[in-house]
Ligand binder design. Structure first.
Ligand SMILES: [Zn+2]
Length: 382
């Protein structure tokens, strides 16, 4: 990984680069920061830079044989240890070495920004917590006692070092006290206070701060090709985390889309405009099942908000202004005489789409029923 591929973190990058250029690389470093800030990505870029055959004062070259292998995570002198647990594949005695294939695909997928929770999901063991076992520490000792194959530095990255169990941490301590020559340990952790004090005291601390808002905004705008103003809300909520910024941005886009489409749909139902409704329903067909379901689920949300609005509880609903106005205008048409029917209409629609029903027919049927339900008077007895 190149430093230039990492979002923001200019001052950390600068310090890491300087340590190499001034030949004062501490043999054991502890990167402390949240996974969403890019601490593992920085460790990867650092490992590549330190071994690059043609580095500049800003970055690795990206094309020398060492860089190429580092980028493929296939360099023989780049080692990893991370939390593992028993899985369908590894039924007993888990250790990092047995999960290298999954680890590489995990890193390629999220470029080093994944959390431990993401890792367990990737291993398909969401409900388990991983550990770094003493077996891992033994493997570290074995690997590092070998001469380096081709690199200047052997690099051992220990990800989520707070998951080292006591036995493993104690074994590792010996290595940190008497490190093999030309070996760089990078411990990456989120919470320093969960590490043994003795481990902490033998490592050089590198604090990885949250990603700066300006840098995060630029990253959202570049990735999703949007304006700064559109990135604003997602960046605010993400609190310096790149995966969260992406999550909130995509979610907001989906919400906005659902809002616009649902609004248009309900207007046509109000008007009872059959020809237009047929055309409209046709545009929903190519959406795919997940988006069709999300649109109906959005409808459920609107009905719920309408009930809140009718009970003067709209202040509980956090929505962009335009969407809030729509909900308020829609609310008088949702009342005790039709709410439950509207809800079951949408729920039944979701069920039918899940069962692979014919979308155009499902949406047309809902449209016809909504036309009727929207005309039901509020004072009609239940
Ligand atoms: Zn290079």
């Amino acid at each position: 990984m190149l430093f230039s591929q990492i979002i923001g973190q200019q001052s950390v990058k600068q310090k890491l680069i300087q340590s190499v250029q001034q030949n004062r690389v501490s043999h054991a470093q502890l990167f402390i920061g949240r996974s969403g800030s890019g601490s593992l990505s920085l460790a990867l870029a650092y490992a590549q830079y330190i071994n690059c055959k043609d580095r500049s004062d800003k970055d690795s070259c990206g094309v020398c044989p060492s860089c190429v292998k580092m980028q493929k995570l296939a360099h023989p002198d780049l080692h990893f240890v991370f939390p593992t647990t028993t899985t369908k594949k590894v039924k007993k005695d888990p250790e990092s070495e047995l999960f290298m294939e999954e680890w590489r695909s995990f890193l390629s997928k999220n470029k080093g920004y994944g959390s431990d929770q993401d890792w367990y999901e990737h291993l398909d063991v969401e409900n388990k917590q991983g550990t770094i076992f003493v077996r891992d520490a033994s493997t570290i000792m074995r690997k590092l006692s070998l001469k380096s194959y081709e690199a200047e530095y052997k690099v051992m990255i220990i990800w989520m070092a707070e998951k080292l169990n006591a036995q493993a941490a104690n074994k590792l301590l010996k290595l940190l006290e008497e490190p093999p020559e030309k070996t760089l340990f990078i411990l990456v952790a989120e919470q320093a206070d969960q590490l043994l004090t003795t481990v902490r005291s033998r490592t050089y601390l590198v604090k990885i701060p949250k990603i700066d808002q300006t840098d995060l905004t630029a990253a959202v705008c570049n990735t999703f090709d949007c304006r700064q103003a559109d990135a604003h809300d997602a960046v605010m909520m993400a609190d310096g985390s790149w995966p969260l910024a992406q999550h909130y941005f995509k979610h907001a886009q989906d919400e906005k889309y659902n809002f616009q489409v649902f609004q248009q749909w309900m207007r046509l139902c109000f008007k009872g405009a059959m020809i237009e409704l047929i055309d409209f329903v046709d545009t929903l067909r190519p959406l795919g099942r997940e988006k069709q379901k999300a649109l109906l689920a959005y409808g459920l949300q609107v009905f719920r908000n309408s009930l809140l609005a009718n009970n003067e509880l709209m202040q509980l609903v956090m929505l962009p202004e335009e969407e809030k106005t729509f909900n308020q205008n829609f609310a008088p048409f949702v009342h005790h005489a039709n709410t439950l029917s509207m809800v079951s209409l949408m729920e039944e629609g979701i069920r039918q789409i899940e069962r692979n029903g014919y979308a155009a027919l499902i949406f047309m049927d809902i449209s016809l029923n909504m036309m009727k339900l929207l005309r039901v008077k509020a004072d009609k007895a239940v």
